[in-house]
Design a protein around this ligand. Structure first.
Ligand SMILES: [Zn+2]
Length: 249
């Protein structure tokens, strides 16, 4: 066999290999799509990227995809919250100027299992908060403190202001100016105990462990999370922010 015909045979078999891979991928891809889109698909909804997010479904690698879709679509965001039993009364968008306002605005007063002092915020912030409450805060309260969180304490979401830094004012606008953040200062427990970041963060024991766990767990549902370890401006609250560059401190 000459060198040239050997090379040609190699090229031919390589081409047919690529071709058959492509055919298999198309068949599998089409079949996969059919399998997911079929109304009686055996794929569970929390593993199916074509299905809508359900707050109380188990978290899978597909959950993030479903969440991102709900965050990008106000109607779907509101529907997911309503289905979970979250009390988020729809309000008209707040339009102030190019820096301030609330899109997808509503009045939040209760999450899945805990109450919240009524606050005007966005649907996206509410949805992230709901996922955090259901998948992080309540399970941590149950496992570390043996009780439930009955009330989540906050000090507001919307605030038309510029960012604050430990060095003084900075030029950028705060994510609070668009209600893309909420500040959490503590929790009320169902057994009557009340925890605050200011008095319980630096202590030893299950209360402090609980606060550290829900701070770390917030990073799964918010892109920017700042707490008492970040700087003195956050000594008394968690700053939970939806959009951002993935910062957890
Ligand atoms: Zn904040």
């Amino acid at each position: 066999m000459s060198k040239r015909s050997g090379r040609r045979r190699f090229l031919l078999s390589a081409a047919s290999f690529v071709f058959s891979i492509a055919v298999v991928a198309i068949l599998l891809g089409g079949g996969g799509w059919w399998l997911l889109a079929h109304p009686e698909t055996p794929v569970p909804p929390h593993w199916n990227p074509l299905r809508e997010l359900k707050v109380n479904a188990p978290v899978t690698p597909v959950t993030r995809f479903q969440l991102n879709r709900a965050l990008a679509n106000e109607g779907q965001c509101r529907a997911v919250l309503a289905e979970a039993g979250v009390n988020f009364e729809a309000m008209e968008d707040l339009v102030v100027d190019e820096n301030c306002g609330i899109a997808g605005r509503g009045r939040l007063s209760a999450l899945v299992a805990s109450k919240v002092e009524a606050v005007e915020t966005s649907c996206t912030t509410t949805l992230r908060l709901t996922m955090w409450e259901h998948h992080v805060v309540q399970p941590a309260a149950q496992s570390l403190l043996g009780t439930q969180v009955s009330r989540l304490r906050h000090v507001g979401s919307y605030n038309c202001r510029q960012m604050r830094t430990a060095q003084g004012k900075s030029s950028g606008w705060s994510s609070h100016a668009t209600a893309d953040s909420i500040d959490i200062v503590g929790v009320q427990l169902a057994d009557g105990r009340s925890l605050t970041l200011l008095s319980d963060w630096g202590t030893e024991g299950p209360e402090a462990l609980f606060l550290r766990e829900i701070w770390q767990g917030a990073c799964d549902w918010f892109r920017v999370v700042l707490g008492p370890d970040f700087n003195r401006l956050h000594a008394d609250h968690f700053h939970l922010q939806g959009p951002g560059w993935g910062y957890c401190r």
